[in-house]
Design a protein around this ligand. Sequence first.
Ligand code: TYD
Length: 136
Amino acid sequence: MVKILEFPDLGDERGNLVVVEGEGFGAPFDIKRVFYIYGSDSTVVRGQHANRKTEFVLINVAGSSKVKVNNGQETVIYELNRPRMGLYLPTMLWKDMYDFSSDSVLLVLASEHYDGTEYIRDYEEYKKEVLKLKDE
Ligand code: TYD
């Protein structure tokens, strides 16, 4: 299930400090990979894939973006616009990231190392696989 996470601020008069650790403290999985996306503008649509194995937490550490999440049946749009807000995405969701502000830095924490073969990049194939999973 998609979850909105709120990270505590450990900051003081020197500024803000946010910590995200694996399982039980921030991200609901052990973090194996970190990547970040910046320099995309409001015309770009990224993502457009689903992952068979990887779970993610997305954080706009600067600026804002939107994430459109589809589970094969319904679509929900989330706006990421605060460095203390995380969006947890479990496996097998079709996702688009778009509407990036010019200062957007989208940090992504992942539960698995990169493996291109666990990505589904064809929506019809995704629908087929996700409906099969629901039947099981
Ligand atoms: P892509 O999955 O298209 O990015 P997004 O999800 O933001 O649309 O990835 C772009 C390229 O980067 C693609 O060739 C795969 C490569 N890549 C890695 O090698 N490792 C990674 O962890 C990621 C996320 C991408």
